[in-house]
Design a protein around this ligand. Structure first.
Ligand code: NMX
Ligand code: MLT
Length: 389
């Protein structure tokens, strides 16, 4: 594509559309095909879902999978960096009131507090530190906010990112095995989703002004916390709990009442996808392995069948099919995470790697000068020129 080639024409209808479909940049980590879903550096995400999570992070950062030596060295670096949790940051979290705010507030505050304690200014170092330390930040948020800080087990970074988190929560045995399996799968599926999803875009926009990795990632987490974006996984499980039955007639009644009240049907629809999100299918397939008889999982599966024909009755809804958030909440619930308002923190934790990788790419662009500061144009509306008398 040459510098002068027209790749997109803007018409007035594109204005105030949330930048929908308007190309604004390039992305090296992943792309979202409207039908086939997300691909990480060319690989359909389903091909990667059973790898080690550190290898997939390596892929996003280096644009190829590691060989065994590279993989071991990368894991070793993460383990080493995970050993140093800044105590100043922990004190900030310890001073928040248990149960206060939303867990996403705690995640964002925790990331800012880590930045206040230890920003180096080197984007790779700060990214690697953040990726390495988020498992412990997550475990501490769960236990401090839940009012059980004494339950935190000392970190064991040799275990890897996901297993270390489960270990710090104090979970053992079969329950831990199931959590590790399901969380690793969830983690890989949520790491990246092209450059234009709201959290990634927000994080990169902040980073383009040369803000720190921590400030950029906290902004990204705040963007993710909205119910139309990451918090849809919480909202969807709350739906499932309110419906309380996999009876298709009851589900239909519920969905029609929500639509009549002009409320979103969480877990369905997308800004880019025009078919069922493969991540939704993959999570439902994982559910058939880890929790086939779970009631909430069965309700999520029933929603998958019942909802699309109802949404299709509304031509304005461009994608009536399930998105990533349909079944993730019921899976997290089945493996032992009983409180839906924590679910978006898992999404956010996973997305840290993808957003850091994209920020690194943008900072390295233009021979190291970085992409210019984001500054799109807004056209003036209802603003006649005026002067004070
Ligand atoms: N339920 C009810 N209405 C919907 C839905 C839905 N699932 N999906 C789209 N619409 C409406 C949308 O609100 C808009 O209405 P209006 O013109 O009155 O503003 C209209 O249909 C056209 O929207 P689309 O162009 O199809 O979708 P858009 O790209 O604007 O929004 C979502 C995408 C994902 C925000 C939207 O589909 C939605 O609200 N879904 C439910 C919330 C959800 O599950 N979000 C999670 C998305 C994935 N993630 O994790 O981020
Ligand atoms: C995501 O994974 O970020 C969501 O599917 C939303 C998006 O891509 O816009």
């Amino acid at each position: 594509m040459g510098d002068e080639e027209t790749i997109f024409s803007i018409s007035e209808g594109h204005l105030d559309s949330g930048l929908r479909g308007i190309p604004v940049g390039t992305c090296k980590t992943s792309y979202v095909d409207p039908i086939e879903g997300v691909h990480y550096v060319g690989y359909p995400v389903g091909d990667l879902a059973n790898l080690e999570e550190e290898d997939v992070i390596y892929l996003l950062m280096h644009k190829r999978l590691p060989d065994p030596e590279e993989s071991a060295a990368f894991r070793k670096e993460l383990a080493h960096r995970g050993e140093e949790m800044p105590t100043g940051a922990l004190r900030v979290l310890e001073n928040l009131t248990p149960g206060s705010g939303h867990p996403m507030d705690w995640l964002s505050i925790g990331i800012m507090a880590m930045g206040a304690a230890e920003t180096t200014g080197d984007v790779r170092v700060d990214s690697m530190n953040l990726i390495a330390r988020t498992p412990e930040l997550m475990a501490r948020i769960f236990l401090l906010r839940g009012g059980h800080p004494e339950k935190l087990r000392p970190r064991n970074t040799e275990l890897g990112l996901v297993e270390n988190f489960v270990h710090m929560l104090g979970v053992d045995g079969e329950e831990a095995e199931m959590m590790n399996r399901a969380l690793r799968f969830f983690f890989i599926l949520h790491m990246d989703h092209g450059g234009g999803n709201l959290s990634t875009f927000s994080g990169k926009a902040v980073a383009s002004g040369k803000a720190s990795v921590y400030a950029s990632l906290a902004s990204a987490m705040n963007a993710l916390s909205g119910p139309l974006h990451g918090r849809a996984n919480q909202a969807c499980l709350e739906f499932v709990q309110r419906i309380g039955t996999s009876d298709p007639d009851e589900i239909e009644k519920f969905v029609r009442a929500e639509l009549a009240a002009k409320r979103p049907i969480y877990g369905f629809g997308h800004g880019v996808l025009r078919a069922e999100d493969p991540r939704a299918r993959l999570l439902i397939e994982l559910g058939s392995e880890v929790c086939p008889d779970d009631e909430y999982y069965k309700i999520a599966k029933a929603l998958r069948e019942v909802v699309p024909p109802i949404l299709k009755e509304h031509p304005k809804i461009k994608n009536p099919f399930p998105n990533v958030d349909l079944a993730s909440g019921s899976l997290l619930h089945a493996i032992g995470f009983r409180k839906p308002h924590y679910y978006t923190t898992f999404f956010g934790w996973a997305r840290v790697a993808g957003i850091c990788a994209q920020i690194l790419d943008e900072r390295n662009a233009r021979d190291g000068r970085g992409v210019p500061i984001y500054r799109p144009k807004y056209i003036a509306k209802e603003q006649p020129h005026r002067r004070l008398e």
